[in-house]
Design a protein around this ligand. Sequence first.
Ligand code: SF4
Length: 143
Amino acid sequence: MRAEARRALSELYAEVEAEVARHRPRCEMSGRCCDFEAHGHELWSSALETAYARDAAGGVVPEAPSSRCPWHVDGLCRLRDGRPLGCRLYFCDPAWTDTMPAIYERFHARLVALHAEHGVPYGYERFVESVRRVVAPDAGDAR
Ligand code: SF4
């Protein structure tokens, strides 16, 4: 992944974290966000986010059942710095449920724009499958 694209995404994620800190949704440490099948949801990520996550993980994706995120270990996320937008905005807090979609859409629109700004073809796929796959060099030089 090119350094400029990585830096731009890192700055966007910092803004996401600041927005979350402003709203302070409650995390119940339930692990529901990372146990997809058991809780009936999917985690999707864009091409740049997938490349960013792979870089943060040193290009190594741990073995895990396809229904779970491979970085969810003993109830904790082992990919905190590399996790995609969906993870950063998912909280079980019922008070957050109505607030989150608009925030997600706002940041996701900027994510889409980042792809264009850095010449990376936009893609949006299920995170676990896409992060395991070798990404073509034109998708941000991701391995
Ligand atoms: S990247 Fe981290 S927060 Fe996101 S699903 Fe995986 S373990 Fe959970």
